[in-house]
Design a protein around this ligand. Structure first.
Ligand SMILES: Cc1cc2nc3c(=O)[nH]c(=O)nc-3n(C[C@H](O)[C@H](O)[C@H](O)COP(=O)(O)OP(=O)(O)OC[C@H]3O[C@@H](n4cnc5c(N)ncnc54)[C@H](O)[C@@H]3O)c2cc1C
Length: 325
């Protein structure tokens, strides 16, 4: 049985907003715990685009997703957070004095306030039907690093930004890249599509990967073009980039006011439940813009207002971090 935890501020979601919130909790002298259903920190950035350059984070004209997460983690770690990873928050009970979150393995986390930075909710990759049982045996949903693909024949399945980005990035590393998509139109950005068309990547459209073969890891895939006989070709790596299924799931049953799958907050990032705040992509209010930069601002607002709920003698304004340095 996992050990129960007790803290001042509990945060659900270790994406950029949750990580910056953890830093801010430390700055306010609060004990903090961060829960995430993914095994790694960084939310959407780590899961979907660690190698992409981000151009609109204040102070960084261009920063690779992975490097932004590394910086956020370093900053968050100054608060010495308790990270509770690979666990999904499934239940919430509130009393006048505290909140308790229950995780899917039964672990309980009690806190004086809760900040929900759950982004688009718990997200899981859309499965490749033929790929069942192949995860970790040559098939992956994410490409966190390129080195494992060196010298391999790689098949990427999908027609969105991730599929095309990974095709562009893996092309110089892999022996060959084949991009398989079930339609002949793509959701990816036109510039990425053109870059792939101009490269050595073979694009196979109106086609599906209908089988994976090999023991213990994949060595061949079967590709079926509409109306044609299936064809097998060598492949030592398959990337299923078919997008994600996001699920707000349990959060919707906690009595929190939700509008179109988002949590309604006021200008202090308060939800309708006492001691429960929200920030980042998950929030909704008139004029909301879903960006990392906006999440950072909301994180600061939420934590500073939560600090007063946790300790009514505290002030909302935290003072300047540069003071005393
Ligand atoms: C391909 C792509 C490119 C992008 N490019 C940019 C860009 O250039 N600039 C920009 O500003 N934004 C960009 N974005 C959007 C940006 O990534 C999001 O705005 C940002 O990640 C939101 O951060 P967040 O911390 O609020 O939520 P998220 O990053 O979504 O993190 C939420 C975390 O909460 C966890 N979680 C959810 N529910 C639970 C639960 N019940 N229990 C436990 N954990 C839970 C999830 O696992 C996740 O890790 C891009 C998004 C994508 C997909």
């Amino acid at each position: 049985m996992a050990e129960d935890l007790d803290t001042d501020l509990a945060i659900i979601g270790a994406g950029p907003t949750g990580l910056f919130s953890a830093y801010y909790a430390g700055f306010r002298g609060l004990r903090v715990a961060v829960v995430d259903s993914l095994p790694e920190l960084g939310g959407q950035i780590t899961a979907m685009y660690p190698e992409k350059q981000i151009l609109d984070v204040a102070g960084f004209p261009s920063i690779k997703g992975r490097d932004l997460v590394d910086g956020l983690v370093e900053q968050a770690n100054t608060a010495d957070p308790a990270y509770v990873l690979d666990k999904t928050a499934t239940g919430l009970t509130c009393t006048d004095d505290d909140v308790t979150i229950t995780m899917d393995d039964g672990t309980r986390l009690t806190a004086k306030a809760l900040l929900i930075t759950a982004g688009i909710g718990k997200f899981s990759p859309r499965p490749l039907p033929a790929g069942e049982g192949w995860l970790g045996r040559g098939m992956e949903f994410f490409v966190p690093s390129f080195a494992p693909y060196a010298g391999k024949d790689v098949v990427i399945v999908g027609g969105g930004d991730s599929a095309f980005d990974w095709a562009i990035h893996l092309e110089p590393v892999a022996r060959s890249i084949t991009l398989v998509h079930r339609r002949d139109a793509f959701r990816a950005h036109e510039r990425s599509v053109q870059a792939v068309r101009d490269s050595t990547v073979e694009i196979v459209t109106k086609a599906q990967v209908t089988g994976l073969f090999g023991e213990p890891t994949v060595s061949e895939v079967e590709i079926t073009i509409d109306g044609q006989e299936p064809v097998r070709r060598p492949a030592q790596a398959v990337v299923a980039a078919l997008g994600f299924v996001a699920d707000l799931g349990p959060l919707q049953k906690w009595g929190i006011e939700v509008q179109k799958r988002h949590i309604v907050v006021d200008s202090a990032m308060r939800t309708n439940l006492p001691r429960v705040f929200a920030a980042g992509d998950i929030t909704e209010y008139p004029g909301k813009v879903k960006l990392i930069a906006v999440g950072f601002g909301e994180a600061a607002t939420a934590v500073n207002n939560a600090a007063v709920v946790i300790d009514p003698s505290a002030h909302v304004f935290p003072g300047h971090s540069s003071e005393g340095t």
